[in-house]
Write a protein that binds this ligand. Sequence first.
Ligand SMILES: NC(=O)c1ccc[n+]([C@@H]2O[C@H](COP(=O)([O-])OP(=O)(O)OC[C@H]3O[C@@H](n4cnc5c(N)ncnc54)[C@H](OP(=O)(O)O)[C@@H]3O)[C@@H](O)[C@H]2O)c1
Length: 429
Amino acid sequence: MRTRPLKVALLGCGVVGSEVARIMTTHADDLTARIGAPVELAGVAVRRPDRVREGIDPSLVTTDATALVKRGDIDVVVEVIGGIEPARTLITTAFEHGASVVSANKALLAQDGAALHAAAEEHGRDLYYEAAVAGAIPLIRPLRESLAGDKINRVMGIVNGTTNFILDKMDSTGAGYQEALDEATALGYAEADPTADVEGFDAAAKAAILAGIAFHTRVRFDDVYREGMTEVTAADFASAKEMGCTIKLLAICERAEDGGSVTARVHPAMIPLSHPLASVRGAYNAVFVESDAAGQLMFYGPGAGGSPTASAVLGDLVAVCRNRLSGATGPGESAYAALPVSPMGDVVTRYHISLDVADKPGVLAQVATVFAEHGVSIDTVRQQGKDGEASLVVVTHRASDAALTGTVEALRKLDTVRGVASIMRVEGE
Ligand SMILES: NC(=O)c1ccc[n+]([C@@H]2O[C@H](COP(=O)([O-])OP(=O)(O)OC[C@H]3O[C@@H](n4cnc5c(N)ncnc54)[C@H](OP(=O)(O)O)[C@@H]3O)[C@@H](O)[C@H]2O)c1
C-alpha cells in the first residue's frame, strides 16, 4: 500500500461536487483500500468563495481554477462545473500538467469529446465520464468495456428524469403538459428554466455520447435529431392508451440494417406498455441495449441528483487512481468504425398520425390514397365523427421519416383535412 496520497482537484462544488467531496471524506478508508493509496482533496475551485460549504476545509477553496490545475502535483482533476467554458480549457490544461480527468459534463463531451480524448491520449492520461449519461447508472463502462467484444445495434433510453417525471404525471393523472411541468418545478424535478430538458437538448447530448461509444464512431451533438416534448397533449396520451401504449421522451441510437451508417435522435414516442421502458416511472432513467450476442439488456436507476451522480464520479475516480498507480491508462476514444451519421429522413419506424377532417363520404379514401402515393402503408385507421367534423387516427407500418414527411405535407394540402393534430413515432415493437 502506498502511503503518499493521490491528489485530487475538485472543480465545482455544487449539487454534484459537494457530494463528491462528502463521499471522499466519509469513505476515505474504503477508498484507500480499494485504490491502494489514500486520496487527498488538494483544492476546490468555485465561483463564490464566501459560501459556507459543509465539510470542506475553507483553506482548500479557491476561485482560481486555472492555477489549481496548473499546480503540477495534481493526479486527478474532477470537473463538475458544467457548460463548455471554462470547463474545456481547464480539462485540457489539466492534461498538459499531468493530471487525469473525471468529468460529469455531457454538454462538453457531446460537443468536443474527440478533441478532449485526443488531448488525454497525447499526454498519456485518462478521461472518464460515467456520470455524464444517466447519473448513477453504470452505462459508459458497460458499453466501453463489458460489451467491447459484442456488436451493439441499438441503444434506446429514457435519459432525462425531468421529462420522464412530466410525461409519467400526464399519463397517470390525465394532466396537461403545463400542469405536469408546474408540479415538476414545485417538487424540484424541473429547473426554473426547463428548456434544456423539455426541448430535448440534455437528452441529445447524452444520445451523442452513447451513439459514439456504442458504434465506435464519432457522433456529435449537432448530428442528433432533436424534438422536445412540449407539444405532447392529454389527447395524445388518450390515443396511446387506446393502442396499449404510453408516451416517453426517448433517445434512440441505431445502426442501419445494412450496417453502413448510424442514426441518433431524441423525440417523444409511443411505446407498448409491454416494453420494459414503459414501466420506468417518475424521474428514473433506463437504457435498453440490443446487441448481437448478449441480446437485450436494460440498465435502470436514478439518472440525476447530487449523491447518485457522485456515485458514478467516485467510481471513475477509483478507476483512474488505480490506473495512475499501475502506470496504465484505461480505454480511450474508440472511433475506428468511422460510420457516417444518416439524416433523420433515413430513419425507419412506425407512425401514429391524428388528423382533423371533414366528416363526409370519401375523406377516408382520399387520405388513404395520399399515404399510398408516398409508399407509406397503413396498419390501422380509427375514425370518430361529430357535428360535420371528424378525427382520423392513422397508424402506419414501418416507413422512412422522409416518406412520412412527404405524406403529411400532401395531407395538409387536402381541402378535407382541417389540420394535423399530432404526429408521433411508435417505437419498441
Ligand atoms: N445535478 C445533477 O443531478 C447532475 C447529474 C448528472 C450530471 N451532472 C453534471 O454535473 C456537472 C455539475 O452539475 P451541478 O448540478 O453540480 O452544477 P451546480 O450545482 O450548478 O454546481 C456548479 C459548481 O461549479 C462552480 N463554478 C461555476 N463556474 C465556475 C468557474 N468559472 N470556476 C470555478 N467554479 C465554477 C459553482 O461555484 P459556486 O458553488 O460558487 O456557485 C458550483 O460549485 C454538470 O456538468 C452537470 O451537467 C449533474
